[in-house]
Write a protein that binds this ligand. Structure first.
Ligand code: NAG
Ligand code: NAG
Ligand code: NAG
Length: 440
């Protein structure tokens, strides 16, 4: 302590200069954070949220298995996870964005005769235990199918009850209709669509056990599960193999490493241009494919680690919590109150405030391509560095960077006077063309 004071006394001028400098830096960082308060909050959230914890992940699996063993949940994942140990815990991957994500090994269950890496997922629950959660899901289900047995729940033997396939189909169709504007056509089986092909083996005649029905409802309630199953045929999301109560297992697809924080000239990890341009082309193909889908979907949380690449270089969106179907986004937007346009954003999905009414309109003012340009191709923080398409080769740099900026920034005004940021297919194909040129 004494030495410290002496030191400070001995070099007063340098210290105070340093202090001013440090204070200045702190001040500017503070101002910067104030301006970027939204992104700052997001960063802060990542730290506040409980860190990934192997102990806790194991505990979730233990809870799931004890519910299975006491006959309270069911599903095709239960046996391999809890009895035959074909699915085994590897490590906790992350607990971000309200979800538990756990890496596992899957032997001869996910893919026949081989062992593959897989991911166990479950939404974060507000209940104290998985048991409490599954019970509240059960109550909700009973209410939805208009059962009058809920009054005796508690003393009843759950195994004596069943839910008809008709009731399950109706509540599932209602959910899909509100989200996708999806109306099941004659003979089209909505249960098949969300449950997977084995669903009919769970029915005795036209009824299934209440245990099974509530296990099904506990996964269907999770947006990522639902959206992945619903768009299963489009190869947009990782494949879901099975579920056991609210826990489900998917393909493990490695994610695109974020290069946001790498400074190109200082980091040897910064990938070569050819590598980056190829990734960008794949992402553009992905965006194009999702634009052609029958039911438009909105990627409201676009960031590098949410893009995954399969072994044969196909892109999958690996965190679908905030992938929102068109109808669902419209009604979410339409229910928001606002005093300025920024109030209408749902993460990256920007909206428009009807200032007179004080409510957001139902339109999204930007699109998936705009978000990709602004958040992946360009870095969010310092646009010239760290984005996937930063520092392109000289012969292409000017026009490519200008187009990326146009894609991210260009504002047009529609008939109703709403400012839109929706780069069109023309921008997308021109980007592809420039990327092709940059590689040749
Ligand atoms: C779970 O499902 C399997 C296969 O259909 C069945 O044999 C078993 O009895 C079910 N368990 C419970 C608790 O419903
Ligand atoms: C449920 O079924 C068991 C036999 O399977 C029976 O002993 C019991 O009384 C039944 N409980 C109710 C509430 O119906
Ligand atoms: C870019 O190159 C690929 C082949 O690598 C080709 O299929 C595609 O049509 C090209 N796109 C444009 C817009 O030139």
């Amino acid at each position: 302590m004494f030495q410290m004071t002496q030191l400070i006394r001995n070099v007063p001028t340098i210290t105070s200069k340093k202090k001013v400098f440090v204070l200045g830096v702190v001040f500017f960082v503070f101002i910067y954070l104030l301006i970027h308060v939204k992104s700052f909050q997001k960063i802060a959230n990542n730290f506040i949220i409980r860190p990934c914890d192997n102990e806790h992940s194991r505990n979730i699996i233990t809870q799931i298995c004890s519910l299975y063993k006491s006959g309270e949940i069911n599903g095709t994942l239960c046996e391999p996870l809890c009895n035959t140990y074909q699915v085994t815990f590897t490590k906790c991957l992350n607990y971000r964005s309200g979800k538990f994500v756990i890496q596992a090994e899957c032997n001869d269950m996910c893919v026949p005769r081989v062992t593959v890496s897989a991911v166990l997922k479950m939404s974060r629950i507000k209940e104290a235990s998985v048991k409490d959660y599954i019970e509240s899901i059960g109550l909700e289900l009973l209410r939805l199918v208009n059962s009058n047995i809920q009054t005796i729940l508690g003393q009843m033997n759950l195994h004596n009850y069943s839910v008809s396939s008709e009731s399950l189909s109706v509540i599932t169709a209602d959910l899909l209709k509100s989200e996708y504007g999806f109306l099941s056509r004659d003979n089209q089986n909505v249960l098949n669509n969300l449950w997977g092909n084995d669903y009919y083996t769970r029915f005795t005649g036209t009824v299934t056990s209440f245990i099974y029905a509530r296990s099904y409802w506990s996964v269907v309630k999770q947006n990522e599960f639902r959206v992945s199953q619903f768009f299963n045929n489009w190869d947009v999301f990782p494949k879901i193999y099975a579920f056991c109560g609210p826990l489900y297992i998917t393909e493990n697809i490695p994610s695109l490493k974020s290069i946001d924080k790498l400074i190109p000239i200082l980091s040897s990890e910064f990938p070569s241009w050819n590598k980056r341009a190829t990734l960008a082309k794949q992402i553009l193909n992905f965006v194009k494919r999702t634009d052609e889908m029958e039911h438009p979907i909105h990627f409201c949380d676009i960031k590098s680690p949410h893009f995954g690449f399969t072994y044969d270089d196909n892109v999958r969106f690996i965190d679908a919590d905030l992938v929102i179907a068109d109808e669902a986004l419209s009604s979410s937007l339409g229910s928001l109150k606002c005093v300025k346009h920024e109030d209408c954003a749902i993460y990256d999905c920007q909206g428009w405030c009807d200032l007179k009414a004080g409510y957001c309109t139902k339109i999204r003012t930007n699109n998936n391509l705009q978000s990709v340009c602004a958040k992946i191709f360009r870095s969010e923080i310092i646009s010239a560095y760290g984005g996937l398409l930063s520092s392109p080769p000289k012969h292409i740099a000017d026009k490519l960077t200008a187009l990326v900026n146009k894609c991210a920034d260009e504002v047009t005004t529609n008939d109703q006077g709403v400012s839109m940021q929706r780069p069109d297919i023309q921008v997308l194909t021109t980007l592809q063309k420039y990327l092709n040129e940059s590689l040749s």
